[in-house]
Every structure is written in C-alpha cells, then in structure tokens.
Design a binder for this molecule. Sequence first.
Ligand code: SF4
Length: 362
Amino acid sequence: MNNQERANQTLNEFDIQSFQEDLIQWFKKEQRILPWRENQDPYRVWVSEIMLQQTRVDTVIPYFNHFMDKFPTPESLAEADEQEVLKAWEGLGYYSRARNLQTAVREVVEEYGGVVPSDPGELGSLKGVGPYTKGAILSIAYDTPEPAVDGNVMRVLSRILNVDDDIAKPKTRKLFEELVRGVISDKDPSSFNQGMMELGAMICTPKSPSCMLCPVQEYCRAFDKGIETTLPVKSSKKKQKKIPYKLILIENEKGEVLIEQRPGDGLLASLWQYPMIPMKDLGPESAKVWFLDEYGLDIEWKEKLEEVKHVFSHLIWEMEVVRVTLKGGELNRERARFVEKQTIDDYPFPVSHQKAHKYVNP
Ligand code: SF4
C-alpha cells in the first residue's frame, strides 16, 4: 500500500471538517502572541521558522526581534557581511542555518526581485528550505494548503490518528505529509498548520499531554484507547561520540590573545574560537608537540581553569579550558591571529567558547 492509500485508509471515518473547525477556532482564540505572528510577511515567517528549528520559542524571541531590527528586509540581509549575520546569530547554535538563510535570501533578491517565491518548486530549491520550511512559508504566509510536518506535528497527528510508524525514519515523514494533505483546511491552511504546531507546543506535549484541556480530544484515537503516551513510536538515536579537547588561552608579549576562524564549511563553519587541541590520542607532552607543529608556537602548561561540555546532535565536546604560557616560536597557522582582548566581542563565537571569554576579560 502506498502512502496515499494508507492516508485514505487512516482517514476513513475521521470527521475531517469538524476537526478542522475545532482546531482553527481554538488556535484563533488561544494562540500565543509572538513577534512573527504580527503579519504574514513571508520573509519574517521564513526567518522565524529557520530560527525555531531545534530551538525553543522563548530563546528565539529576542534573537528574532534583534535580527529584524538589523535586517528588516531581504535586501538588507542579502547585502550584509556574513560575519555580521553570524554575530546576530551568536548563541543560537546550528550556524549553518544562518549561512544558508543568507545564501537563499541573496538568491531571492537576485532572481526574484526580493519577493519570496510562492511557487513550491522555486521556494523548495532555495538553500536550507526543506519540506517543512517550505510548507510553513506557503501555508502561513501564502495561505496555500501545503503540509508543514516536523517532529511536533508527527507527534500530535500520530496520537490523533493512532499511527505507530517510527517517526525517526525519514520515510515516515512522507506518510505524515499525505495525512496532513488529507486533513488540512483549504479555507484557512495558515491557521490550520499553525494550530497543529501550537497544539504540539502547548497541549499535546511529548511526555505528558494535557488531554483534559485539548480542543480536539473528541477526535483523538490514542486518547480514546488510553495509549497517548505510547505514541509516537520513535527509535532511539545512536549515542553521541565524545571528543576530548584542551581549549587553549594564550597571550603574546603584547597581551593579545590567540583566536582562529574555523573553516568555511562543516561544524560551526566560519565562527571564531580559541585554539583547541584534540586530546584523544595525546598526553600532556605530546599535546605541546602537536601545538608546536600546528601553530608554530612553543607552550608551557600554566593552569586548568574549567571543564566545559558541549553537546551537539551527533557529538560531545569535552573541553578543558587551560591557560598556557608562550615560550617562543612564530605563529604560522592560517586563519589564526592574536587580537586585542577588548575586541573579542566583535567576533562571532560559538556558545561553548564564549564560556572562556570570562578568563580573557574578567
Ligand atoms: S487528546 Fe491528548 S493525545 Fe490526543 S491530541 Fe489531545 S493532547 Fe494530544
């Protein structure tokens, strides 16, 4: 059975119209006031949806307001320096989102006269605009009945329709997209999709859904069977790999501190950081040799300041912040430089390294 047939079968005997009406009515009455809901400007919707990926609403609000003050239009974001954009994103994490957003916005300015395309093909071909973001922009800003399926929507719908497919598998999203196509309101797709998202955020939460307050409880098959907390089915991810590092704080004779820019692609691309020695196969003495090879600088350990752990989706950095003394040598690493301590804040740093700023500028 293909996804469409399964969706049809699942929605058999489901009161689609009443469900839509109840969900939309609830959303209109109960929705939180959020800055990106002030209007349907597709650029604002786009920025908010990118920021909200993997990030909590409360965290996003100040970043969104600041970003919109700084880059109020696609043109202003397209023209901005990448470092300026990363600085505005500093602390929000998953920095490739910011870079992809700027790349895509530049394309919108160059190819579409600064108007975010409403054509699904054009919109979906922009960098960083996956099926979810595409659906969110098309439905929220352009009132098009397109599914916007993320983990929240899969959770809510898996309960309402009692679907037990593993939502950790990429192919399951396709099934849920078909299901949303089957239930979405043609009259008000914007409120429908936002209502699903709001329900997932406020009521149908992962661990203890508030079924007694739920506006669509009467349609919910999982509630009816008392199995709402067993859904969705989600197989567990692989454990993250732990990587030990020493984060090096080193000053030259002028009192300047050494920082470096990360490569232009990969994890935390183009952000700045303090030098890091990967300690996996190194002891303290061989770490110094490694540093001399890589940076051209001869160092002596001085003091251990703090241990910092930073968890990414696929790995964990276990960092020891260490102050070292510069004994000699000449810096020979591309992308690394000594800078005045007072200028540290001008460079976009990932959160994990920002934790060491206090030892540089106490
Ligand atoms: S009744 Fe409970 S499980 Fe069903 S949608 Fe509402 S909150 Fe979620």
